[in-house]
Design a protein around this ligand. Structure first.
Ligand code: PEP
Ligand code: MN
Length: 267
């Protein structure tokens, strides 16, 4: 790894500014919201509650990459329209996944931050296209990718012209089956050592288990993560997608309270 010359990732920590918010070292970015957008009403209700908690970023998937073709695939463009409406109604910053190269130009008009999912981390044509937009990009780690491969994927976006890349550790595949994936906590200090990019953590997809989200969130903040991305819904059991790992608003409040104490470790 030491021999790898990461042309773009040395130097002072990258600070991304968006709609009055800052993302990067020393700023703690909380992104929450449902796995998938189901309708405007619920998305707005969630975003309003998040805003009351002081959260500025909300997430929701319009295009879902489901392992089974028989599972709900997302609302598509209709979902993006809801995303934009809720961002306008609340003044919050939206995050949604782009799954295909041909969608990039369209999605960037609806969503503030574009997410690349774990299955697309090595889709270099998509990364190249994302290098041509102005929106910040959340680049999730491929679940079978090394830290080096992940950083080189980020380099593809940066080299193509967009330096606003946020890395998201979301668990890797190991032999463990109790959890959906295994959260690689060591990736956090590794990325901070090797790169100037913000590193956030998704405890939801890494564990697949609601009862673990608090511990993993706190572990991530204690390890120095610059933020969290957590699947949250006012009624998790009623969601069409990933309900087992989705937490309710009360649990999110608990996590935020604990984070305040843990962030002191890094002052
Ligand atoms: C998501 O965040 O909605 C998602 C599908 O995550 P991942 O790509 O990490 O599985
Ligand atoms: Mn999900």
């Amino acid at each position: 790894m030491k021999d790898i010359k990461l042309k773009h990732q040395n130097g002072k920590p990258l600070e991304i500014k968006i709609k009055g918010q800052k993302i990067g070292r020393g700023h703690y970015t909380m992104i929450a919201g449902p796995c998938t957008i189901e309708n405007h009403e619920d998305l707005l209700a969630i975003a309003v509650e998040l805003k009351k908690m002081g959260i500025h970023f909300f997430r929701g998937g319009a295009y879902k990459m489901r392992t089974s073709p028989y599972n709900f695939q997302g609302l598509g463009k209709k979902g993006l329209e809801f995303m934009k409406r809720v961002a306008d109604e609340t003044g919050m910053i939206s995050v949604s996944e782009v799954v295909s190269t041909e969608d990039v130009e369209m999605i960037k008009e609806y969503v503030d931050i574009l997410q690349v999912g774990t299955r697309n981390m090595s889709n270099y044509r998509l990364l190249l296209r994302l290098g041509k937009v102005n929106n910040p990009i959340i680049l999730k780690r491929g679940f079978s990718s090394t830290i080096e491969e992940w950083l080189l994927a980020a380099e593809h976006i940066i080299e193509a012209g967009n330096s606003k890349v946020i890395l998201c550790e979301r668990g890797i595949r190991t032999y463990e089956t109790y959890t959906r994936y295994t959260l690689d906590i060591s990736a956090i200090p590794a990325i901070k050592e090797l790169s100037n990019l913000p590193i956030i953590v998704d405890p939801s997809h890494s564990s697949g288990r609601r009862e673990m989200i608090k511990s993993l969130s706190w572990a991530a903040i204690a390890a120095g993560a610059d933020g969290l991305l957590i699947e949250t819904h006012f009624s998790p059991d009623k969601t069409v997608c990933d309900s087992k790992q989705t937490i309710d608003l009360e649990m999110l409040k608990d996590i935020i309270e604990g984070n305040k104490k843990l962030l002191n470790l890094w002052d």
